[in-house]
Design a protein around this ligand. Structure first.
Ligand code: SF4
Ligand code: SF4
Length: 448
């Protein structure tokens, strides 16, 4: 990646509005991502919130899949898959994530829409910034902040709604901490997307800094075609050539949300939004010259080398893909085979070996029955491991409510003839009477 050239950056960037195919795609992505973000917490599944990360009870519910602390391996796998997916995507497609779906880009875009709605286009906004304070300026700036604040509040409420039942949150039937986090996240959104905007991408985002290491000669980049464009200048418009170069209109700079000039080469400040492509395509359309002076390309193609047909056959693509496929297959298989309940057995160490009325040795255990399903479950408990071992009561059945944990005390008996002094390995056999699934849990029986 070439060293960025220092250019004067205005205090506040007011990008010019563009239109075109990539702008349509960006708007589509904003709508799609926000539809998912704002809509999902309101969805219901089996009469409960479909996606609910209940931190207080260490219980995550995702469309009927119940995850407990023991299952956090799946969440870890999801994080690894997301990270590897981003590495793979960056190697293939450069900063496509930044330009179209990164929350910072999406929310900044929404804040700019609000600003444009109240204050007008980029020229009107610049004029308003430069004008002395007046009633009109105060009203426009105030209305902008009010709308941004309302949107940020809605964002904060939605985000917290993934962790606290959103219907209770929306009607304020929650505690002070939920309200605090709603305001905190709202303030965070307003600060990052409403105030700092592109400065987050330029100075705070670590991804922008290390993604250069993931780029190779075949990675998709947005670039100005210097060989076609130079020497730039007004004379290009009058040239007889069918393929015109850069007329130096500067529109690609005016539309750039980070205020850079793509003609200076690949720069880390470029978030890959493709606004400059749309802008330049429109200029070329007016000049009746082919589009593509600024375009999606690769370093390889820019050097005039033909793109190899097998550009996907690159070592790092193969490594990322294999790792990704391996983790996805392993975790989905494990999730599909996951038992619908779990049992923890704890021998009651406080009580010594007891003797029953009929002369049997007796140990006491605490059984934690964890129902990870969304239905009430019935479990029968038996024991095996010694010739005469048995439960104190032969038919021990326990009911556990949906997504609940029940701790029960059971007594196990064995004939002293078969349980000499010391610990004897035994197994509890717990069977779900609803699903006919059996779990065996190891423990020990202490003899005389
Ligand atoms: S929009 Fe195109 S023609 Fe205009 S300055 Fe940028 S690269 Fe040159
Ligand atoms: S240089 Fe082009 S693609 Fe990069 S941020 Fe600016 S407008 Fe977007």
């Amino acid at each position: 990646m070439s060293k960025p050239k220092i250019q004067p950056v205005p205090i506040k960037i007011h990008p010019r509005l563009t239109s075109g195919r990539f702008n349509n795609l960006r708007v589509g992505m904003v709508l799609l991502t926000q539809l998912v973000f704002f809509g999902v917490p309101w969805l219901q599944w089996n009469g409960r919130q479909a996606v609910h990360f209940n931190l207080a009870e260490h219980h995550f519910l995702i469309f009927g899949i119940s995850l407990w602390p023991q299952d956090f391996i799946y969440l870890a796998a999801l994080l690894v898959v997301s990270a590897l997916g981003l590495f793979l995507w960056t190697t293939l497609a450069g900063r496509l994530w930044c330009g179209y779906s990164c929350p910072q880009t999406v929310y900044t875009q929404i804040m700019i829409w609000i600003e444009r709605l109240v204050q007008g286009d980029h020229l009107a906004r610049r004029k308003l910034d430069a004008a002395p304070m007046s009633a009109g300026k105060f009203f426009k700036k105030g209305a902008t902040q009010l709308l941004m604040g309302a949107f940020s509040l809605w964002t904060g409420l939605t985000f917290v709604g993934y962790f606290t039942p959103i219907r209770e949150l929306a009607t304020l039937q929650v505690g002070p901490w939920d309200l605090f986090w709603t305001l905190f996240y709202a303030g965070f959104t307003w600060l990052l997307a409403g105030v700092l905007r592109e400065k987050v991408c330029l100075h705070m985002c670590p991804y922008a800094r290390f993604q250069g290491a993931m780029f190779d000669d075949h990675t998709l980049i947005i670039s100005y075609d210097e060989r076609r464009g130079e020497p730039r200048g007004k004379q290009q418009a009058k040239s007889e050539n069918a393929v015109k170069g850069c007329v130096d209109c500067g529109i690609c700079v005016q539309v750039c949300p980070t205020g850079i000039d793509i003609r200076n080469g690949l720069q880390y400040e470029c978030i890959g939004c493709a606004a400059c492509i749309d802008a330049c395509d429109q200029v070329m359309d007016k000049l009746k010259s082919p589009r593509g002076l600024i375009r999606y390309t690769s370093a390889q193609a820019l050097q005039g080398k033909p793109a190899p047909a097998k550009s996907l056959h690159r070592p790092r693509i193969a490594v990322y893909s294999c790792l990704l496929a391996g983790i996805i297959v392993a975790s989905t298989t494990a999730l599909a085979l996951k038992k619908p309940f779990k049992v923890d057995v704890l021998r009651d160490r406080a009580s010594l070996v007891e003797q029953s009325d009929d002369g049997m040795l007796q140990n006491r255990y605490n059984l934690r029955l964890i129902n990870t399903t969304e239905q009430a479950q019935r479990y029968s408990v038996t024991v095996e491991g010694l010739p005469s071992i048995r439960m104190e009561r032969p038919e021990q059945v326990f009911d556990v409510k949906p997504a609940h944990t029940e701790t029960v005390v059971v007594r196990v008996q064995a004939n002293p003839e078969h349980a000499s002094r010391g610990a004897h390995p035994i197994h509890f056999v717990i069977r779900s009477l609803n699903d006919d699934v059996t779990v065996k849990e190891k423990s020990s029986f202490i003899g005389e």
